[in-house]
Design a protein around this ligand. Structure first.
Ligand code: PEP
Length: 261
């Protein structure tokens, strides 16, 4: 399946929210709300426990499914972990890797993110790789250095053909779940940097096809102004993706912004 930055890409990370009935109810409503919104690529990222039933509920829908994390090994004695073939098996197309909450609370590093990206590709999953700076790093003027380091380490030993398929999510940590959003200018500055860094290191083709999402308190009211920016190709949405109507509204705003870019 091909994904493109010619249309907005809207992914909803549900984090540790929703039982199976709640998850199924949400995606049924989202499917109804998204009919006719062919201009957007939708992905829902439920907790592991709901993946199977969400996949069943979306069988006839273009809405795609992702997981929030995985282990890099194919199988083994890793209690509590989930492997790429299991995610494929349950109907996932995408997997989020290196979310800042995983880095902050569960010891995720760029080295493990790199191993997981390789494992995702080996099993036909599309990685959504999260990067972003803390408030302190931003205040100290280290945003670009931090993002550059995460990209370099996370992409180690991957060739241009693979890098082309990665979905990047720039998520300033200070904007996640806080209600604070990067201004369109702040976000564009980093997105522009990511694209030019990809061009410099991996070539213009990689840079021009890269899908670069913004994440951090995205809601219907700020989607249009963010998505109007040249290098912002979509959104990774947390809180506002939990309800079908706000998630669909974000997609509507994203389509409008794309049409007017
Ligand atoms: C996220 O979880 O990736 C996120 C961006 O969350 P929120 O939209 O709630 O800030």
């Amino acid at each position: 399946m091909n994904f493109t930055n010619k249309n907005p890409f809207i992914a909803g990370n549900w984090k540790m929210f929703k039982t199976i009935p709640e998850a199924v109810d949400m995606v049924q409503k989202l499917h109804e709300a998204s009919v006719g919104m062919d201009g957007a690529q939708f992905v829902v990222i439920p907790p592991f426990t709901a993946l199977s039933e969400v996949a069943r509920a979306l069988q006839e829908s273009p809405i795609q499914i992702g997981a929030q994390n995985m282990h890099w090994e194919e199988q083994g004695a890793f209690t509590g972990e989930v492997a790429a073939p299991m995610l494929k098996d349950v109907g996932c197309t995408f997997v989020v890797l290196g979310h800042s909450e995983r880095r902050q609370f569960f010891g995720e590093t760029s080295e493990t993110v790199n191993k997981k990206i390789k494992a995702a590709f080996a099993h036909g999953l599309v990685p959504i790789m999260c990067i972003g700076e803390s408030l302190e790093e931003r205040k100290n003027g280290n945003t670009i250095t931090k993002v550059q380091t995460q990209i370099t380490e996370g992409l180690e030993e991957l060739d241009a053909e693979k890098i082309c398929q990665i979905i990047f999510a720039y998520e300033p940590i200070w904007a996640i779940g806080t209600g604070l959003t990067a201004t369109p200018d702040q976000a564009q500055e980093v997105h522009g940097f990511i694209r030019s860094s990809l061009a410099e290191k991996h070539g213009n083709t990689v840079a021009s096809c890269a899908i670069i999402l913004y994440g951090g308190s995205v809601k219907p009211e700020n989607t249009y102004s963010l998505l109007k920016e040249k290098d912002i190709n979509g959104a990774l949405v947390g809180g506002a993706s939990l309800k079908a109507d706000s998630f669909a509204e974000i997609a509507r705003e994203a389509i409008k912004a794309y049409e007017e870019k």
